[in-house]
Design a protein around this ligand. Sequence first.
Ligand code: PMV
Length: 324
Amino acid sequence: MGIGHGKVILLGEHGVVYGRPALAASLGVGCRAEVVGSSSTRITIETGERQRAFSRAGNDKELGCVELSADRESNAAQQESLRKAFVALLNSYEKPLPDIELRITSDLPGGAGLGCSAAMGVAATRAIDALFGLNRDAIEVADASMAWERVFHGNPSGIDSAMAARGGIAVFRRGIPLQMVDAKVLPLMVIGHSGESASTRSMVERVARQHAQSPDELEAIFDAIAELVSQGRVALEAADLAAFGRLMDRNQQLLERLKVSTANLQEMCEICRAAYALGAKLTGGGGGGCMIALVADEQDSIRVINALKKRGYQAFAAHVGVGG
Ligand code: PMV
């Protein structure tokens, strides 16, 4: 059995693609993978119990219970990506490979900014490693699983895969070992789904087009985001949640300037702030998917969740950074 954590980006998405740091935290939910047979090479994705929390997201059909063969073409784009990712991962092992029937159970919605594809890739890598008696550490597993992740994201920074493999709260920067953050409290976040499915790949491409048009402006935004990340680390290490919430709000403003937020995500952030959240922002690629709101305690999380639900958004609360 292999596992991969889901994650939220607390501060710094998109800048991290351009070499800036980002602060991320693992979720208690993720994906599990097991090798269940060897009569053919195939992969099955099942929807776990906890994914149902996001029923409004409409992603269940895309990820739930797809069955595909690694050596046959598939029409559905999502299934085709999964097939290609599985083939890419298998190709990264030394030959000859036996037939492998892999079953992945995902408790994360796809296209939501919670690192579902990376969690699946890490879980799959660990399950296949176990079959071969390979004992790799979290960094090596994350690196190996990038063969899978590149199929989904084209130019991933690697933050999702690193967090899926390692867990905890960490500062990630391309090409530099993950720096674990000694957070004095594990922040309690409300994670709300906009109901819009999002493609990280297309959001990264959108930012790349803007960057090509106005490089100086975009570089300045990335620098401002990087500054929030370094202040955020200090705030977490000092357990200053109020300060951290303000940094999240400022990061959301910068993400709006990058045009990766949506009307729904912005409305959700405002609803959360009005219901006592300490700060709120989208998380992950944007263009839909999820947002996060920092809350001081469980009572406030219930207030925030109810306020979101009243406006038709699904949400749950979780301490982030667990599993590190
Ligand atoms: O949407 P997610 O959960 O895959 O997060 C993407 C984060 C980006 O910074 C936008 C892209 C990346 O590869 O780091």
